[in-house]
Ligand binder design. Structure first.
Ligand SMILES: [Zn+2]
Length: 352
């Protein structure tokens, strides 16, 4: 079968790969709509851990169930389901320590397009259908369901780990798709004031619609200073990092409050070496600032909860899909769109 793969670092293409083999708890699925994301761009161009040759890429997908294993109880061929980007192995013994994402090894919950073949193929396997696949409410569009499997859950994870209380001032660094959902998540969790950081006009407009009070840009001067000026010199209660580079990490520590502030990171920091920890604003190691780093929440129940947020009108993630392409052979073009980010792009959906 045909699949879009990582041939070697920095080189992608279409090749024939073996069809997946059904397992007793598993399901074979056919992608209906997929979205390449910045993580795919990182996997291809960003280095990172060594990947298997001709690794099938992709982890954002709405799919049709083609076949189910003999022990699958809740899904049947023909159903259209949401496939979580993060798929913990719930039979892993580390789960009993509540270690859902790194149970048996670092990033063991991040399998699709990483340690197991991804979704950019004619077919793919989900090894444990009942605990992984998410039922989509009938009223949802493909765009809405597709945005829930990674973008919504990741942005919300950033907000959930930021210790947000009613009335808080929250900074969201980066307003790509994940940051925009972090803005929405922070608003739902009770932030009074959300200072979003970004400058692309299409994202700025969206940030206001999702709950930002103000959008700050590095083009208007030092970001830390801009936040300090707006918070009487105290800093923000929480800072959620959803984009940027190593310097962004240091800025987040600079601009979060002493004693009670939390920096919540869901951003990918490429390369090797260390992230900078500013000694002064870090109180020389005694500032009482919390730093939380996290991979997105995944699995069936989580994604069904995200889909519920859409069903009942709490969020409108379909707004993030600015570009549509059709056909498996358009995935390469879509990946390059995510890499090059034309001015009017937030997310691209490829209908297969
Ligand atoms: Zn993704």
């Amino acid at each position: 079968m045909r699949a879009f793969v990582l041939k070697e670092p920095g080189v992608v293409g279409y090749v024939d790969v073996p069809e997946p083999r059904l397992t007793p708890y598993g399901a074979i699925l056919r992608p209906v709509a997929v979205a390449p994301c910045s993580s795919d761009v990182h996997t291809v161009f960003g280095g990172g851990s060594r990947k298997a040759p001709n690794l099938v890429l992709g982890h954002e997908c709405v799919a049709e169930v083609l076949e189910v294993g003999e022990l699958v109880e809740e899904f049947r061929p023909g159903e259209i389901v949401a496939v979580p980007a993060i798929t913990p192995n719930w039979r892993d013994r580390g789960i009993q320590e509540h270690n859902f994402k790194h149970a048996s090894a670092p990033f063991s919950g991040h399998q699709l397009g990483r340690s197991q073949p991804g979704v950019f193929a004619e077919k793919f396997l989900i090894p444990d259908a009942d605990t992984t696949l998410a039922k989509i409410p009938a009223s949802l569009s493909l765009e809405q369901a597709l945005m829930c499997v990674d973008v919504v859950t990741t942005g919300f994870t950033g907000a959930e780990n930021a210790n947000i209380k009613f009335g808080d001032t929250v900074v969201v660094m980066g307003i790509g798709p994940i940051g925009l959902m972090a803005v929405a998540g922070a608003a739902h969790l009770g932030a009074a004031r959300i200072l979003a950081v970004g400058s692309r006009p299409v994202c700025v407009e969206c940030a206001y619609d999702f709950g930002a009070s103000e959008v700050l840009s590095y083009k208007n001067g030092d970001l830390v200073q801009q936040v300090m000026e707006r918070t009487d010199g105290l800093g923000a209660d929480s800072v959620i990092i959803c984009g940027g580079n190593d310097e962004t990490f240091a800025q987040a520590i600079d601009m979060v409050r002493y004693g009670i502030g939390t920096v919540s990171n869901v951003n990918y920091f490429g390369g090797t070496g260390n992230l900078p920890f500013p000694k002064f604003s870090g109180g020389r190691g005694m500032a009482g600032k919390t730093i939380h780093t996290e991979l997105a929440e995944g699995g069936r129940v989580r994604i069904e909860r995200m889909l519920s947020m859409v069903k009942y009108g709490r969020i409108h993630p379909e707004r993030l899909v600015t570009h549509h392409l059709t056909g498996l052979d358009k995935i390469e073009e879509a990946l390059y769109l995510m890499k090059e980010k034309p001015a009017d792009l937030i997310k691209v959906m490829v209908t297969i």
